[in-house]
Design a protein around this ligand. Structure first.
Ligand SMILES: [Zn+2]
Length: 204
């Protein structure tokens, strides 16, 4: 149970395209995941400063948040959501317009993760990919990514990112100590708007 922060949402753990609900009110299963489109996530990021998470869940159940669906929140246990995900270890490579590995120079079209057999998993361009490409403190190109295939597309969405450095597997995140909130992209805390701090831990 996280400490409550300035906006009372301690335990909120936002990741790619979804919220992991670590702390919920009575009657709501713990560890539920709400899958929401990116624009809704951004809206929630802003609104979290005003609303408590519980109210967000309540509004979702009432269908007051667009895109949540007529059946209310699409809640599922982690296992259900991860069943179609794959975990791939590989290096980030640049891809040309045909989706083939290309030198990382001008004309780079997109990025992919290449595993040890040479298979390339093309990656959706989003904040998670940007973070892997631009975070200098990772100091590694050897990643272990949890990927979700995007329907009707050859692309994969990054669900979770870890990396190997000197033979050890690390997880990393951006942390706000004031609010006890972890996010997976650099920038201001979604709650108190102070700069978050890069942290990494060896995965045991
Ligand atoms: Zn904060």
């Amino acid at each position: 149970m996280g400490r409550s922060g300035a906006c009372g949402s301690g335990g909120l753990d936002a990741h790619v395209g979804g919220f992991f609900i670590a702390e919920l009110g009575p009657g709501v299963p713990r560890g539920g995941i709400i899958r929401l489109p990116g624009d809704i996530i951004n809206m929630i990021m802003r609104q979290t400063r005003i609303w408590r998470l519980r109210e967000l869940v309540f509004l979702g159940i009432l269908g007051l948040i667009d895109h949540v669906g007529s059946s209310g929140l699409m809640m599922a246990q982690s296992a259900d959501l991860t069943s179609e995900n794959i975990v791939i270890r590989g290096i980030l490579v640049c891809l040309n317009a045909e989706g083939r590995e290309a030198p990382c120079a001008e004309g780079v079209h997109s990025y992919g993760l290449k595993d040890s057999s040479g298979r390339v998993y093309p990656l959706k361009a989003d904040k998670s990919l940007d973070t892997l490409r631009t975070e200098p403190r990772i100091q590694s190109k050897d990643f272990q990514l949890t990927l979700r295939p995007i329907q009707n597309s050859s692309l994969f969405e990054i669900i979770n990112a870890r990396f190997f450095r000197d033979g050890k597997l690390y997880e990393f995140y951006y942390y706000c100590e004031v609010c006890n909130i972890k996010t997976y992209h650099p920038g201001l805390c979604m709650c108190c708007r102070q700069e978050t701090e890069y942290r990494e831990d060896v995965v045991k």
